[in-house]
Design a protein around this ligand. Structure first.
Ligand code: PRP
Length: 180
């Protein structure tokens, strides 16, 4: 059954205004340096697109995909689609739609760091520190959120709702009331 919307967390205007601020911060930090934005399919694509357009310096983009080993440790993932190009010597920004337990970001930071980028930082749309299992350095964040199930702007519920231009909290059955 499609879940109902409980409340609007951030409107599209609020999201775009905040992304514009973060985009300016990133532009200042990396001015004069060629920056590459990397995100993880699928959810991160929506935020990456908006962020890239809010950054005032030229950027490159690249994408990877990961899959988890079902039934095994949470956070045990492997790269199922790698970046197209090497990142050695580049300034890299890992763009995430949400950092939750931190396990995905930690895995990606370690994997990407081993390829010798000049710098490596994380920028996330949503940061849910209350669910963190491992510490990861989040350099740029748009919003910190509490422990609700949020969809929109790339975040999904069973692959749905990614196309919402706002961020909303959905109401689910008790039987499904687990983290995203
Ligand atoms: C989300 C998000 C991060 C990860 C964060 O991806 O894009 O990659 O979860 O969670 P963590 O901090 O607990 O590791 P998801 O697995 O939902 O895939 P999707 O992007 O295809 O929706």
């Amino acid at each position: 059954m499609t879940p109902s919307i409980e409340r609007i967390l951030y409107t599209e205007d609020q999201i775009r205004a905040r992304i514009a601020e973060v985009g300016r911060e990133i532009s200042h930090r990396f001015r004069g340096r060629p920056l590459k934005l990397v995100t993880v399919l699928k959810g991160g694509v929506f935020f990456l697109t908006a962020l890239a357009q809010a950054i005032e310096i030229p950027v490159k983009v690249d994408f990877l995909a990961i899959s988890s080993f079902a039934g095994h440790n949470p956070g045990l993932v492997r790269i199922s689609k790698d970046l197209d190009d090497p990142i050695e010597g580049e300034d890299l920004l890992l763009v995430e739609d949400i950092v939750d337990t931190g396990l995905t970001s930690r895995y990606l930071l370690r994997t990407l760091a081993a390829r010798g980028p000049n710098s490596l930082a994380i920028c996330t749309l949503l940061d849910r520190t209350s669910r963190r299992l491992v510490q990861v350095p989040v350099e740029f964040r748009c919003f910190e959120i509490d422990d609700a199930f949020v969809v929109g702007f790339g975040l999904d519920y069973k692959q749905l709702f990614r196309n919402r231009t706002d961020l909303v909290v959905i109401r689910r059955d008790n039987s499904e009331a687990r983290g995203q």
